[in-house]
Design a protein around this ligand. Structure first.
Ligand code: NDP
Ligand code: MG
Length: 392
């Protein structure tokens, strides 16, 4: 049977890589593309939808609807816009849905897809950080499968194939260290958005690139590891690995460690999720280990990167603290990109927001529903804005 595919965030970095793989694997000849979503880049969304002969193209923003409709005129692809249209796209029967919207905006469509028992390829780490217990419970209750697309989590997933999760002693997530890994701390405080937006190893969207430089990306990934694999936070470690070739390692109780090694190319993790449980030939570079020569590792220092310390706090608190952490981080990132706060002040904003909302954060994973989480996300952004205006 032809596999039915939906891509949320098709015009982004993960989305483009997903479209590239689908195209290489036969495109519309092989797959039924149910829906593609994008944001403001409606010209590209229309191009993708036409090339893959999608049934539906959705822009998240109502003000972009007319442009999308015009770009699709005569193509036979239906156009739609707005948050409700994203939900309706998630309601259309599909076998494999890529969740690659950036930010907490990815949560609602992903949750909706899980309710239909669909396989969700999850790049949108923010939804696990914001609503991990709810997302995992929704998948379980509906017989849906979540396949990790974040490279580290795909690596862990692959290292765990055929293993007993109870035999896992530790999960080690690697971090490139981002744009400022070799900068003196004094200089980092003055880093500009342009400097933070270039990654030494990976080509990604701007927001995750800046999050890599601040280590908020790694902080999100530690929380993501706890939520997805259900591992005790004390067993989750981060290590800096500047070459970005080892994506994660799993240590077992007999002392053995399985490392996942590969080039820094997201098409591996996306292609793995697309073809799972099979492995297809993928267009990623093959490593020449003798040429690479050595792989290096350094401690991921929580003083240098306070985001890692905050992730520990969030993992210990559980409950709604992940939603506060992510919402405040997104607002702080906006403020940094708008040059309202300095690079290191993003940490202060998130820490202060967690404090401001400490009474709201319920220290239990059992009290979550989607409305409470979305409300918490809103409160977190408000709290962060309050802190930012005081810093400003
Ligand atoms: P991009 O910024 O490149 O793309 C984001 C996508 O979401 C685009 O299609 C964009 O549309 C769309 N979008 C933006 N804002 C909204 C909104 N408010 N509502 C709905 N759609 C929106 O991001 P990435 O591809 O880099 O990242 C996507 C997700 O994958 C993130 O959660 C990220 O953390 C995760 N991830 C990314 C990796 C990477 O290599 N890039 C690696 C691991 C995880 P448009 O551009 O048309 O405006
Ligand atoms: Mg990652």
């Amino acid at each position: 049977m032809r596999k039915r595919i939906t891509i949320f965030g098709a015009t982004g970095s993960i989305g483009e890589n997903t479209v590239d793989l689908l195209t290489r694997q036969g495109g519309a000849e092989v797959y039924d593309v149910v829906a593609l979503s994008g944001g403001r880049n409606v010209a590209r969304l229309a191009e993708q939808a036409k090339a893959l002969r999608a049934s539906l193209a959705v822009t998240a923003f109502p003000e972009c609807y007319e442009d999308l409709k015009a770009a699709l005129a005569g193509s036979g692809v239906e156009a739609a816009a707005g948050p409700q249209a994203l939900i309706e796209a998630a309601d259309r029967p599909s076998d494999w849905i890529m969740s690659a919207i950036v930010g907490a905006a990815g949560l609602v469509p992903g949750m909706r897809a899980l309710r239909h028992g669909t396989t969700l390829a999850l790049a949108n780490k923010e939804s696990l950080v914001t609503a991990g217990p709810l997302l995992m419970a929704t998948a379980r209750a509906n017989g849906a499968r979540i396949l990790p697309v974040d490279s580290e989590h795909s690596a862990v997933f692959q290292a765990l194939a055929g293993e007993d999760i109870d035999a896992v002693e530790r999960i080690i997530i690697t971090a490139s260290g981002g744009a400022f890994r070799d900068w003196p701390q004094e200089d980092i405080a003055r880093a500009t958005p342009e400097q933070a937006s270039s990654h030494p190893n990976w080509a990604m969207g701007q927001r995750i690139t800046v999050d890599s430089a601040s280590m908020f990306n790694k902080a999100l990934e530690l929380i993501e590891t706890k939520e997805y694999f259900g591992i005790d936070p004390g067993r989750i470690e981060a290590v800096v690995h500047p070459e970005s070739l080892v994506h994660a390692l799993v240590g077992f109780r007999d002392g053995g460690i399985m490392a996942h090694v590969g080039p820094p190319d997201m098409r591996h993790a996306i292609g793995y999720a697309l073809n799972w449980p099979n492995r297809a030939e993928l267009p990623v570079a093959r490593l020449d280990l003798a040429e690479i020569g050595r792989l290096t590792f350094r401690p991921a220092c929580e003083t240098r990167w306070p985001a890692l310390r905050l992730a520990r706090l969030v993992m210990a608190q559980g409950g709604l603290s992940g939603a506060v952490f992510n919402g405040a981080k997104e607002r702080a990132l906006d403020a940094f990109l708008d040059r309202r706060i300095g690079f290191l002040q993003m940490n202060d904003v998130v820490e202060a927001s967690l404090e401001v909302l400490s009474d709201h954060i319920v220290h239990s994973d059992t009290v979550m529903d989607l409305d409470v989480i979305l409300h918490t996300d809103h409160l977190a952004r408000e709290a962060a804005e309050g802190v930012i205006s005081r810093l400003h």
